[in-house]
Write a protein that binds this ligand. Structure first.
Ligand SMILES: Nc1ncnc2c1ncn2[C@@H]1O[C@H](COP(=O)(O)OP(=O)(O)OP(=O)(O)O)[C@@H](O)[C@H]1O
Ligand SMILES: [Mg+2]
Length: 351
């Protein structure tokens, strides 16, 4: 059994089902990122996990212990869960020093004075804040303030870390830096982490597994590679990385698009052939130009993006994005060309 189990966890707000029968296991020391658009239920899941919300269905267990259960109406109070939490807003107390911010939750827990000092100093060292321990957090940058919040969470020696968009208010440079720091701390302390973000590159960089959510419903759980390479549906494909979709008709072993008929680049699944049509999905770097053959297209726009050349190409009335190495000459704007789909994925038209 995994260290953490969320089983059929459900939360409703009036007619909105914010989280719908969510199932997830997290191992000791594993970092799972929850990824999805605004309003998909990420924060609600975290709040249920932390004990700030009760459940309308299901159960949450940590280390064989039930901490929330709809069935038995049992809820372990948040302060007894021993979870470290960091949220998006810089939740530091401005009238306390950096040291006092980190020590305060330990004092609340009535730990002996020497223990408070030892733990607070350890957390400050691990987050590179020891030298500013007597400063006001107000004198620190956004990244510094968020580090204080992180140190405060670490100091309680939590069983689980719950992070809700902790880096989204930082500028991009600090954001990348802090990703590495969080990853290092996770390795050092072997925490289980549930990390909420709507930034896909952050999820990719930080997590062992990613959970993609939409309107309260889990779409896919997998390693970053699985999520990127084999998206379970059109929504996941579109949410992770750049994407293009072509609506194609499937007839007599051929695909029809833009008024012409082609042999499909890879045979589509039989159930989609039966339906007579599908979405053909591809990443921009998985489409190549060919002078002859291929799906006929016309170049609409072309932009130099440094390492890559970025094309918008018309296929019938659809638009496809293609990226090639900047060293390839490639077709010019207005030129007719052929497209080769090197790694097509197929999804039902209903998605
Ligand atoms: N206290 C509440 N009362 C009523 N509806 C709520 C409440 N909290 C959340 N919701 C609704 O539940 C759904 C999920 O909200 P949630 O805050 O969990 O989304 P999220 O994925 O964290 O979004 P974001 O990326 O914007 O933070 C939304 O439709 C939201 O409006
Ligand atoms: Mg949220």
């Amino acid at each position: 059994m995994a260290y953490i189990e969320l089983e059929d966890v459900t939360k409703r707000f009036g007619v909105v089902t914010a989280v719908d029968r969510l199932n997830l296991s997290i191992e000791q020391g594993e970092c799972v990122a929850m990824l999805g658009p605004s309003g998909c239920g990420k924060t609600t899941t975290l709040r249920m996990f932390a004990g700030f919300e009760d459940l309308d269905g299901g159960e949450i267990r940590v280390g064989k212990r039930i901490i929330s259960s709809k069935k038995t109406h049992y809820y372990l109070p948040p302060e007894d869960r021993n979870f470290g939490m960091v949220f998006q807003a810089f939740a530091v107390w401005p009238h306390l020093t950096v040291y006092e911010n980190v020590a305060f939750p330990l004092q609340i827990r009535k730990l002996p004075k020497a223990e408070v000092q030892a733990r607070a100093e350890e957390a400050l060292k691990h987050t590179n804040l020891f030298h500013v321990r007597d400063s006001s957090p107000e004198d620190l940058s956004g990244g510094g303030k968020q580090r204080v919040a992180l140190a405060r969470a670490l100091a309680i020696r939590p069983d689980v870390m719950l992070l809700d968009e902790p880096l989204s208010s930082l500028d991009p440079h600090f954001r990348e830096e802090m990703r590495f720091e969080i990853k290092d701390l996770q390795r050092r302390f072997n925490h289980s982490i549930l990390y909420v973000t709507h930034d896909q590159s952050e999820a990719m960089a930080l997590s062992d597994r990613i959970l993609v959510m939409r309107l309260g419903v889990v779409q896919q759980v997998g390693t970053p590679l699985e999520i990127y390479g084999a998206p379970a549906n059109r929504f996941v494909f579109e949410f992770i990385g750049l994407s293009s979709f072509l609506q194609v008709a499937l007839r007599d072993g051929r695909m029809e698009v833009g008024g012409a008929s082609y042999a499909p680049p890879l045979p589509p699944p039989a159930e989609l052939v039966v339906q007579g049509g599908a979405w053909l999905a591809a990443r921009p770097n998985e489409i190549a130009f060919t002078a002859e053959g291929g799906v006929r297209a016309t170049v609409l726009r072309k932009a130099f993006l440094g390492e890559v050349m970025d094309y918008r190409v018309a296929v019938g009335d659809a638009e496809v994005r293609v990226q090639t190495s900047r060293r390839d000459p490639g077709p010019a704007v207005g030129e007719a060309c052929g497209l080769v789909f090197e790694r097509p994925r197929w999804y039902p038209l209903a998605e």
